[in-house]
Design a protein. Structure first.
Length: 235
């Protein structure tokens, strides 16, 4: 993977930082996307290798466009940045919170992906990995996997929307050689929300699943949904 270039959004902490660390360890140039320049610089230093900070707020279209102008060619885009909102059911959901969650988890992914598509199209093996959630699976949400409570309605529905968009990107970009897939990272010890903060799951374990999709061979799948361990997740 020498000379390959990756961008990971939300990479100054949590799963994103571990993804960037693994990619840098594999010899890639990795842009460590972060809203805050100082945090991004510190994360890049801690990651080591050819990790480079890149200021990118996925909700700022002008800023995303500026970031894209700094990257001529891109082999791997990992859309990891995301927020969870509150533990509310849809009947209790605050519309401003709903909009804020979708702005990051859905519209932000479209903004970043579209801005970096010219760079991805210059790659011989372009890959897109969208970090979603198993709670965005409608099959699991209506089956025995999750309690039927409708909690985190903004977050879970935003991930379902992200899943759908990934399929559409996979179909649209197939002729360009782009492979786009979705990752369900599992519940990890991050600051996504209080439930995640109390979890015991190792972020590095989820990151390994993302890297597997980022380094897919040319005969690998596209437009599919995978768990962190490589098993398929139903839509």
């Amino acid at each position: 993977m020498d000379n390959s270039i990756a961008l990971v959004t939300g990479a100054n902490k949590g799963i994103g930082k571990e993804i960037a660390r693994l990619l840098a360890g594999a010899g890639l140039t990795v842009y460590v996307g972060s809203r805050d320049a100082g945090r991004g610089e510190r994360a890049a230093e801690e990651i080591g290798g050819d990790a480079r900070p890149l200021v990118i707020d996925v909700t700022d279209a002008a800023g995303v466009a500026d970031a894209a102008r700094q990257v001529d060619t891109l082999d791997i885009l990992v859309n990891n940045a995301g927020i969870s909102g509150d533990d509310k059911t849809p009947d209790q959901e605050d519309l401003d919170t709903l909009r804020r969650v979708y702005e990051t988890n859905v519209f932000g992914v479209v903004t970043v992906t579209n801005a970096f598509l010219p760079a991805l199209r210059r790659s011989a093996h372009p890959r897109i990995v969208n970090v979603s959630s198993g709670t965005g699976s409608l099959t699991w949400s209506t089956g025995p996997q999750f309690p039927h409570q409708g909690a985190y309605a903004a977050y879970r529905s935003s991930k379902a929307a992200l899943n759908a968009l990934t399929v559409y990107y996979a179909h649209t970009l197939a002729d360009d050689g782009v492979k786009a897939n979705v990752l369900a990272p599992g519940l990890r010890r991050t600051d996504l929300n209080a439930r995640a903060a109390a979890a015991g799951g190792d972020p590095a374990e989820a990151a390994a699943g993302a890297v597997r999709l980022a380094l897919l061979p040319d005969d690998g799948p596209s437009g599919e949904f995978f768990s962190w361990d490589g098993t398929p997740v139903p839509w």
